[in-house]
Design a protein around this ligand. Structure first.
Ligand SMILES: *Cc1c(COP(=O)(O)O)cnc(C)c1O
Length: 392
């Protein structure tokens, strides 16, 4: 059976559905089979059908990687066991003594990896407020090798001007890496904005169903893609065939899910912004977001993540969360079901109190991952939570 020959000329929706399909020449299965095997028999000494050992490469993983590379517009991709495995692998590109600049309000687990693990193993880090590209320029040292960008940030949805920072780094030969988990390739394409490498936690939107953990690394150049694939093999950070299959299955519906997440997030953000129990709403899709213009310039959508500061501090925040019916009180994000969490005590508890303060994360902050349920039901649930929070 002929697999569709996909080029960049196809639209994103088509890539999501068609890339990596029809790989089975034995039975012509339309969906990619799960190749649950550790090893592959050689046909003769030195002669394989392209696979020899599943840590190095596996047909199910290869199908997902083909799809991921096409979606981000990269030369190649590697699927990893988790988002953190993707980050650990990418950081292994840099030798001891390298200095890396990262945002001050990056994902808590990324901050922990950089600040408490890799900084004791020969890498140096500076955490800066990246909302102004000049802060990146000011942090550059002679041994700066890379700039780590996460946009929008978590949980306050601050944006980083990817093109401006990539331009600063490119002039000095530094590698730019963008964590594109929050927007997914549907709403943001960092490689097209000048980045060298994109990482994802596929646990989130790409899988979209909260039933596995995974990660991905997509490189703009063939050279970087080859180096990353060699590191995945050497470090053993690859994803299992079953998890890869789940991500592929998720990606088939990614564009329609993202549209639905966004529609619901906007409805919630607008409702929250007009509510007297709410102090501040963080959502790049609101015209009042200080970087709304940048959001419209570098993203093609505003995503499904938002957060807000509730009046009444931590007690009000917990009363709100516990009064909700539809929203699950859970970490993570990007699934079809709506989730709510308290960054100070959950997703961002691994940051020091001082680092949280510098990033502007308070005890009043509540993060929402908007699912794809009815917007009307979600707004009603949040209204119920806010009534409980204010003791009404
Ligand atoms: C969840 C997440 C990660 C880590 O991914 P895991 O799959 O949990 O290891 C990294 N970056 C961002 C932005 C995330 O949301």
């Amino acid at each position: 059976m002929k697999a569709p020959k996909l080029t960049r000329e196809y639209q994103t929706e088509t890539i999501c559905v068609q890339t990596g399909t029809r790989k089975d020449t034995t039975f012509n299965a339309v969906a990619v089979p799960i190749y649950a095997t550790s090893t592959f028999a050689f046909e003769a000494p030195g002669q394989t059908k392209g696979f020899d050992y599943s840590r190095t490469a596996n047909p199910t993983r290869a199908a997902l990687e083909e799809c991921l590379a096409a979606l981000e517009g990269g030369a190649g991709a590697s699927a990893t066991a988790t988002g953190m495995a993707a980050e650990t692998t990418v950081m292994a590109l840099f030798p001891a003594g390298s200095h890396i600049i990262a945002g001050q309000d990056i994902y808590g687990g990324t901050y922990r990896l950089f600040a408490s693990i890799l900084s004791t193993r020969g890498l140096e880090f500076s955490f800066v407020d990246m909302s102004d590209p000049r802060n990146v320029e000011a942090a550059i040292r002679p041994n700066t090798r890379a700039v780590w960008i996460e946009t929008p940030s978590n949980p306050l949805l601050n944006l980083v001007d990817v093109a401006a920072i990539c331009e600063i780094a490119r002039r000095r030969g530094q590698v730019t890496i963008v964590d594109n988990t929050f927007m997914s390739p549907i709403f943001q394409k960092p490689l097209a904005l000048g980045a060298d490498i994109v990482v994802h936690s596929t646990t989130k939107y790409l899988n979209g169903h909260s039933d596995m953990v995974g990660g991905a690394i997509i490189s703009r150049t063939r050279d970087n893609a080859t180096k990353v694939a060699a590191l995945v093999n050497a470090l053993g950070t690859c994803s299992s065939p079953f998890d890869c299959w789940l991500v592929m299955r998720g990606i088939r519906t990614l564009p329609i899910r993202m549209a639905s997440h966004q529609r619901n997030a906007l409805a919630l953000a607008e409702f929250l912004a007009g509510h007297k129990a709410v102090e501040h709403v963080y959502y790049p899709g609101l015209a009042t977001h200080p970087q709304h213009a940048l959001a419209k310039r570098q993203m093609t959508g505003f995503g499904g993540m938002l957060s807000f500061d509730i009046r009444g501090g931590k007690e009000a925040a917990f009363r709100f969360i516990q009064a909700l019916e539809i929203f699950a009180f859970a970490e993570s994000l990007g699934g079809v079901e709506s989730l709510v969490e308290h960054p100070e005590t959950m997703s961002h508890a691994s940051m020091t109190a001082e680092a949280r303060r510098a990033a502007g994360i308070t005890e009043s902050n509540i993060r929402v991952s908007t699912g794809i349920e009815s917007a009307e039901d979600l707004v009603a649930d949040v209204a119920r939570g806010l009534r409980a929070a204010s003791g009404a």
